[in-house]
Ligand binder design. Structure first.
Ligand code: NAI
Length: 339
């Protein structure tokens, strides 16, 4: 089997190559000399680069890829029968077209909820204790404590919005810190009932010292955090978003920051990720960037969508993606099929 791997970063190649021998036989090799090959290219998948897939059985794509109608049509012409999404989301795939062309699409639904939850807590701690500021101060030989005061998380209230896989992991972490954990979700997670109290969104906003977002981006959650919901929050709250940028209305967040609502705001995701203001860094983009405006506030810290980025998560992504390829070769149905 031949797989063309788009938008390759060094760490992708390392994690896939490390695990490939385990799957070689299943993917059509004889074990010693696998006849499965992955060719890695830096370009992302789009209608222009889809032509490179001539002679490949499958392509491997990511959240940033354009797997729309045009791309799929070209892939079909080139003989590709499988799109392996090495991520959970598939909103960038035209599934109706994929079905029409009989191209199978598979994904990695959950790889390491703890990776994202641990990053959410890292953001909460770094923001609360101003670690980003402390790090720079000490490097500049300034050992004063000005501007570094935080508050104890112990016995404070954590409000978790969305208690699926990642939100549940965040609840466990906050419970471990001795926090009172309250949550809001459209469904209650039974596994958390011993230490999490479900409340309404309004109650969560009013009671929480730390609010962490873990629900998916949908019509019902778009701009869930806006000026009305911000006004309901406690003064001095810490807001963490590791879920999707558009859960938060950035303009309103800036208004809230100006109203001194937040002790800290820590974001791993932000509305301007596409196109990524930081990857396509140019003075013009930065000048008009609302993310850059956010960064001008001393109590805001932003990371570059790295919540998933741990060794374990990358291993799990590689393992599940190659297992998906095996299931395709063997004609097996899979829960990872996108339907
Ligand atoms: P999940 O599907 O296990 O859980 C989502 C939870 O949100 C469910 O319990 C669902 O009932 C709840 N929910 C749905 N609508 C809601 C609403 N209107 N209000 C409150 N809760 C609602 O998803 P998982 O795996 O926990 O992922 C959560 C999100 O994390 C993903 O949607 C994705 O946006 C983000 N993510 C971020 C990553 C990063 O690197 N920063 C990596 C992976 C995921």
């Amino acid at each position: 089997m031949k797989i063309l791997f788009y938008d390759t970063k060094n760490y992708d190649k390392e994690s896939f190559e490390a695990i490939l021998p385990k799957f070689a036989k299943a993917l059509g090799g004889n074990g010693a000399e696998p006849d499965v090959t992955i060719e890695y290219v830096k370009s992302d998948l789009d209608p222009r680069t889809a032509r490179m897939a001539e002679g490949f059985d499958a392509v491997c794509a990511f959240v940033s890829s354009d797997v729309g109608e045009k791309t799929l049509t070209i892939l079909k012409e080139k003989g590709v029968g499988l799109v392996l999404m090495r991520c959970a989301g598939f909103n960038n795939v035209d599934m109706a077209k994929a079905k029409e062309l009989e191209i199978r699409v598979m994904r990695v639904p959950g790889y390491s909820p703890e990776a994202v939850a641990e990053h959410a807590m890292a953001l909460a701690l770094a923001s609360n204790r101003r670690l980003y500021k402390a790090y720079n101060k000490v490097r500049e030989n300034d050992f004063s404590l000005n501007g570094l005061m935080g508050f104890n998380l112990y016995q404070k209230t954590a409000g978790i919005i969305g208690t699926g896989k990642i939100g549940a992991a965040m609840c466990r972490i906050c419970h471990g810190f001795g926090m009172k954990v309250i949550a809001y979700d459209v469904y209650q997670n039974e596994s958390l009932k011993d230490f999490v109290t479900y409340v309404t969104l309004g109650e969560l906003l009013a009671q929480s010292d730390l609010i962490s977002l873990h629900c998916p981006l949908m019509d019902s959650t778009y701009h869930l955090i806006n000026i009305d919901t911000i006004k309901k929050m406690k003064d001095g709250v810490i807001l963490v978003n590791t879920s999707r940028g558009a859960l938060v209305k950035t303009e309103d967040l800036i208004m809230g920051i100006r109203m001194h609502k937040f002790a800290g705001v820590a974001l791993d995701v932000y509305e301007e990720e596409t196109p990524n203001v930081f990857e396509n860094r140019s003075d013009e983009i930065l000048e008009h960037s609302i993310t850059a405006r956010l960064l001008s506030f001393p109590n805001v810290m932003i990371t570059s969508h790295q919540g998933f980025f741990t060794r374990e998560a990358l291993e799990a992504i590689a393992e599940t993606t190659l297992q998906n390829a095996c299931d395709y070769v063997e004609g097996k149905e899979s829960p990872n099929d996108v339907k």
